[in-house]
Design a protein around this ligand. Structure first.
Ligand code: PMP
Length: 281
């Protein structure tokens, strides 16, 4: 198993991380997850751009060009012979004696690794259930930060109550999922929270907008309420690993008749055409 460590591809056992890495002590870093389909990094450019943008927002400079970084991720996937899977990569502000303010001499620390992952075919076919949970995260959810406690606590609550995902809401307003974006369809129009500081602008979300454009589905980027969510004709979530995932029940209430919606299915099939894989019937 090869991993990426500070610009080099090394054996996993050669990884050395400091006890004072700021990733551990402060969650002071950012990350990306990129899907691999048939050996290819899907929407790699978009993920790499977001990696650099997240880093810049917290004033970490990635120590190589995007092209070099892209090549390292590509080589890692190839060396580990990942067919269908993902790459996880993070950068932290580095290691330094523990102090909240930025250290003066720390070098950023980059770690990346791969994993084989199957597509969640059964969930994609049948849909999943989601639980409304108050969104208590900070106000910079546009940054793909390593600080994920708000997300972790929400997902755990959903999991313990038998749900696949948490639908986060600030007061009445639905923002996004604990690790996904959320969408409702009403009268043929797709609604989703605008890409503000309150959500992560998902790469899958952007692909979905392109697919809506191709399919002639109108998109309105406007926040909807918890009540409006329950009254949608169709509901789905999206992420790098969940793709276009039908949500058939929210907090114990069925959405419409409780089966994946028609436009959701169209989007799933259009998504499969993009990744050149087809299993959805
Ligand atoms: N929102 C949050 C909070 C997430 O963690 C994720 C998954 N990275 C997403 C949205 C979806 O983003 P993407 O489509 O880029 O995976």
């Amino acid at each position: 198993e090869w991993i990426l460590s500070n610009g080099e591809i090394v054996k996993e056992q050669d990884l050395e991380i400091s006890k004072e890495d700021r990733g551990y002590q402060f969650g002071d870093g950012i990350y990306e997850v990129i899907r691999v389909y048939e050996g290819d990094l899907f929407t790699a450019t978009e993920h790499i751009d977001r990696f650099y943008a997240s880093a810049e927002k917290i004033r970490i400079t990635v120590p190589y060009t995007k092209d070099v970084f892209h090549k390292m991720l590509h080589d890692l996937v190839e060396l580990n012979q990942i067919d269908n899977g993902q790459v996880y990569v993070q950068i932290t502000r580095g290691a330094a004696p523990r102090n909240h303010q930025f250290p003066e001499n720390a070098e950023p620390v980059v770690v990346g690794y791969t994993k084989s992952v199957e597509r969640p075919v059964e969930f994609l076919e049948n849909g999943v259930k989601a639980l409304l949970v108050e969104d208590v995260r900070w106000l910079r959810c546009d940054i793909k930060s390593l600080n994920l406690l708000g997300n972790v606590m929400a997902k755990q609550q959903a999991y313990e109550e038998g749900y696949f995902e948490a639908i986060l809401h600030r007061g009445d307003t639905v923002t996004e999922g604990s690790s996904s974006n959320m969408y409702g369809i009403k009268d043929g129009v797709l609604y989703t929270h605008p890409a503000t500081n309150l959500i992560l602008n998902g790469i899958t979300r952007r692909v979905i907008f392109e697919l809506c454009d191709e399919l002639g589905i109108d998109v309105i980027e406007t926040a909807f309420t918890k009540q409006q969510a329950l009254e949608m004709d169709e509901f789905f979530m999206s992420s790098t690993t969940s793709e276009v995932m039908p949500v058939i029940e929210i907090s114990g209430q069925k959405i419409a008749d409780g089966s994946p919606g028609e436009l959701t299915r169209k989007l799933q099939k259009a998504f499969e055409a993009r990744i050149k894989l087809g299993v959805i019937s």
